[in-house]
Write a protein that binds this ligand. Sequence first.
Ligand SMILES: [Ca+2]
Ligand SMILES: [Ca+2]
Length: 195
Amino acid sequence: MKINHLSLTFVFVLLTLLTSCKDDDEPQISTTLVNSQTHHIKVVETNDNLELTIEILSDTTNNLIGNFPDIDLITIAIDKNANGIIDEDFDWGIGILDFNEICTYYLIDSMTISGCGILESEASLNSNFISSSLSPDNHIVWNISIPKEELDDSKPLNMVIKTLAAGEGYTTFPEDNIYNNSATISFSAVLSLDW
Ligand SMILES: [Ca+2]
Ligand SMILES: [Ca+2]
């Protein structure tokens, strides 16, 4: 029965390791930044990433593949030094290059960004047209994950999120941002996440 004893010990150690690994990957903190009838924006902080889930509850048409402006899009502008102004080639953003293909770039000014890929980032993006616990109707859901190590200088994380719904134009969060209905960027008002 020596083997059985060893086997049991091994299984116990393995289970302990697996359990501790699982705990490491568990979400730590969940923050809801926007909660309206039309939009829901949540950030989950894990060990390594900030994971944004942006649900466009009001967009029940799938235009994830298409040509601008007849397409569903998202952009995030990040005020890296949280000073309320755009610092050229320093503050940065996330957008979409192609279907589920992320584009990361530097901000130049309120209407200009650098080309995709000039800013290297391990951030990832995924989009879906699905129902959720928030709505039984299929709707646009964006999942964006940003490595925390890329945000070390961004505390709090101040950002402006813009969504474009095909045929309906832009919506900006926070909604009191001065450029609510266009692609123009301003950090006049931001979503601020303490992490
Ligand atoms: Ca749509
Ligand atoms: Ca700035």
